[in-house]
Design a protein around this ligand. Structure first.
Ligand code: HMG
Length: 413
């Protein structure tokens, strides 16, 4: 019998501005179809320095706690997964802890391994609760990042920014995770990195895609063996088809499609089924449309948010389809360059539809403002210490500068 521990509520925070990828393509002299169909990205969130990793994390956390209607006194752990923190020593979690006035008697820390950092935090929280060590306390896990590549680089159309906060506890209202049923895959590779002091990530782009595919194959096979052993799936045919939906880490939407076709290929090879390229093209496309595409809408409109990308996909999936997924098992794949990864699964709760509505995701998207390419260049040129003079959005926070060695934030009333 699996422990019923998992994600009880989600809160989302995104920057107030976005760039249309068609506008970026024209400015770079690239066919818009390359970004829109070739990469699968339509818009990307652009954060100004006032919308730093801390302010996005705190806003998402405030919304998640409100959605769960949880008394913060019941929290025993706050973890922030991030690869774009604001200090080499003081964690983002510590700032969030202070901004939200959370209880002192709790664990507060950051976790880092590129985009896997949020999953590291989620697993620490889930296993802490399932072990019984947490008693009746819950955890708050936040994934918050600002993805920046250089102007006019191949990575530029795959930027983004945002935070996802998750309340984790017993009898979750969104997704009960299959605790202990997962597959991990790690290799020491140089596919993506960001030397100390640089705001822009460096990447060996095509190699990073291959590293991701190698990792998903191994992690998926590890999960599959564990899921068969525990009787969660039947040992026949294409096992991945027994998952109602699969959410992947989404650096750009086309990557999720490549990953899904690769997972199906693993299934075909493992079951020694005939690999008919032409047939699989049709069947694979249909399976992608049904099992993966419903999780990609938010990712296509916000971009890569690193640690939060997988959970942005999950939030988008639940927001659009939770009412038809109650009781269904879904797969989740987290990838962090460098690299480490994990394939795991969970069951969507019957009340997920009502709970995700509390995240008010459509309203957050509607409140955004489209910016021109000149405004984009101006924001990207601002130093990290020079936020625009603006008020925070409703429910939000803003970094306003450093005074007396301390980063200063204001909260919306
Ligand atoms: P590129 O080399 O400029 O693009 O950058 P390309 O030439 O490979 O083209 C991309 C796709 O567009 C191709 O499709 C083209 O055929 C198609 P595919 O063959 O891949 O199916 N295309 C067109 N389609 C329609 N109409 C057209 C057209 N022209 C071309 N006219 C690259 C691509 C991914 C390398 C680049 O965007 C990049 O470096 N991105 C950043 C790295 C990245 O996201 N890697 C993903 C895996 S690693 C990961 O996920 C971890 C990460 O999140 C970091 C972390 O863990 O912290 C990044």
């Amino acid at each position: 019998m699996l422990a019923r521990v998992g994600i009880d509520a989600i809160g989302v925070a995104v920057p107030r501005r976005y760039l249309d990828l068609g506008d970026l393509a024209i400015a770079r002299g690239v066919a818009p179809e390359k970004y829109i169909y070739g990469l699968g990205v339509r818009e990307m969130a652009i954060a100004d320095p006032g919308e730093d990793t801390v302010s996005l994390a705190a806003a998402a956390a405030r919304r998640a706690l409100a959605a769960a209607d949880l008394d913060p006194a019941r929290l025993g752990m706050l973890v922030v997964g991030t690869e774009t923190g604001v200090d080499h020593s003081k964690p983002v979690a510590s700032f969030v802890h202070g901004l939200l006035g959370l209880p002192r008697a709790m664990r507060v820390f950051d976790t880092q391994h590129a985009c896997y950092g949020g999953t590291a935090g989620l697993m620490a929280a889930v296993e802490w609760i399932a072990s019984g060590a947490a008693g009746d306390r819950s955890a708050l896990v936040i994934c918050s990042d600002i993805a920046r590549y250089g102007i006019d680089t191949a990575g530029e159309p795959t930027q983004g920014a945002g935070a996802i906060a998750m309340v984790v506890g017993w009898e979750p209202a969104l997704v009960a995770l299959d605790v202990g049923v997962s597959g991990a895959a790690s290799t020491h590779v140089h596919d993506f990195w960001r030397p100390l002091g640089l705001r822009e990530a460096q990447v060996d782009g095509h190699y990073s895609v291959q590293c991701y595919l190698d990792a998903v194959a191994m992690a998926y096979r590890g999960w599959k063996a564990a899921a068969i052993e525990r009787g969660l799936v039947a040992d026949r045919g294409l096992i991945s088809q027994q998952l109602a939906r699969i959410c992947y880490h989404v650096p750009f939407c086309k990557m999720a499609r490549k990953a899904h076709l690769h997972v199906r290929r693993c299934d075909l090879e493992d079951a020694a089924l005939l690999w008919d390229v032409a047939l699989e093209e049709t069947r694979g496309a249909a399976s992608f449309r049904e099992q993966v595409d419903p999780s990609l809408e938010l990712c296509a409109r916000i971009g890569n948010i690193y640690t939060g990308s997988l959970y942005l996909g999950l939030a988008g999936l639940l927001d659009s389809q939770a009412s038809e997924l109650g009781g269904a098992r879904i797969g989740l794949f987290s990838y962090g360059s460098g690299c480490t990864s994990e394939f795991f699964s969970g069951v969507v709760a019957a009340k997920a539809s009502a709970r995700i509505a509390a995240a008010m995701i459509p309203e957050l998207l509607l409140a955004r403002e489209r910016i021109t390419i000149d405004e984009y260049h101006q924001i990207m040129g601002l130093p990290a210490s020079a936020p625009l003079a603006e008020q925070p959005p409703p429910g939000g926070f803003r970094f306003i500068g450093v005074s007396d060695h301390r980063r200063q934030y204001i909260a919306a009333r």
